[in-house]
Design a protein around this ligand. Sequence first.
Ligand SMILES: *Cc1c(COP(=O)(O)O)cnc(C)c1O
Length: 397
Amino acid sequence: MADSGTHDWRARFGDAMMRTIAPPLAMLVRGEGCYVWDEEGTKYLDFLAGIAVNSLGHAHPALVAAVTDQVGRLAHVSNYFASPPQLELAERLKRLTGAGQAGRVYFCSSGAEANEAAFKLARLNTSGGRRTRILSLHDSFHGRTMGALALSGKPAMREPFLPVPGGVEHIPATLEALDAALDDTVAALFLEPVQGEAGVIDLPDGFLQQARELCTRHGVLLILDEVQTGAGRTGEWFAYQREGILPDALTLAKGIGGGLPIGALVTFGAASELFQRGQHGSTYAGNPLVTATANAVLGTIEADDLVANAAHRGEQLRQILAGLGSPLVSEVRGRGLLLGVGLTEPVAQRLTAAAQSNGLIVNAANEYTIRLAPPLIVGDAELADFERRFRLALASI
Ligand SMILES: *Cc1c(COP(=O)(O)O)cnc(C)c1O
């Protein structure tokens, strides 16, 4: 480190890291609350939170305590053994999701892995004969592994890696398309309640209820991907709760771990009976360290009522955005603290860079969308700071 210095980290990154992503925007070394610092000591207000991961912000005392305590006690055991934090988290997720007595939880280490597990679950749905089709939506994002890639509705992402697992069809997010595509040959329908990666796109009104009704009628598993929307981010514990429905399966990751890698598949009702012993697993699945951390994250969200805070602060953030009076801002999409600021011009990258120059981290979900996903602990001071910095960014482009 010493002789290579920090000034040439970009060159080091270019030499050492696989070229899977664009060159990084900064080198971050520390975080506290809703702020992070780069290697030169510059402070940024973090309104991306590791893409909806840092629910409690950075270095939250509950997170630090949970990791520190558990890593010194028991970090990992094989799946031949159970551990107290694992069972506590599974029971907590059953309670929070409303999965009820029949619900079950499978743990893994990422969102893509949770969707891989859900994909296998879908293949096991053979009720009433052969179900050869799996449906998901245009522009959907479910992860980068082969199965998750097959589910994702972005052809350009899949194309270099064909063939991907077969049987997946992508349909537009319209009630008509849903109606036309769903029948007894379908094993499962995958949906994100809000399409985060696509640019924070809400489902049409009534879409989830209609999906629930049709899936029930045709014996199709309704599988909701709440990797990005789950754990309080939308102002509900899980976005489907606002619609008054339950899925057959739910995939989670990102915000439930607050920064440690964890994913989960939660099943409801009869879907809990599909996986049989030996059909799936992972070495890290629900190890004590990550599950203890997730318990601390979800326990803090509960104790501090951060779900209500997400709803309340999300409304305030919408008011701030409306009050900017910027001709560049055409609309605000999303819910709670997962918002997409729609732009009238394709300048999201430039605006993100301008925000960064003004000490604010936001994300260009696409060229016409700025995505905001601040930590759920965000308060008055951070919102005021956001307004000031975002105004400066808008004024500078
Ligand atoms: C991020 C994301 C994934 C993939 O999660 P990873 O942890 O990156 O594998 C899947 N689905 C949705 C909706 C996501 O936002």
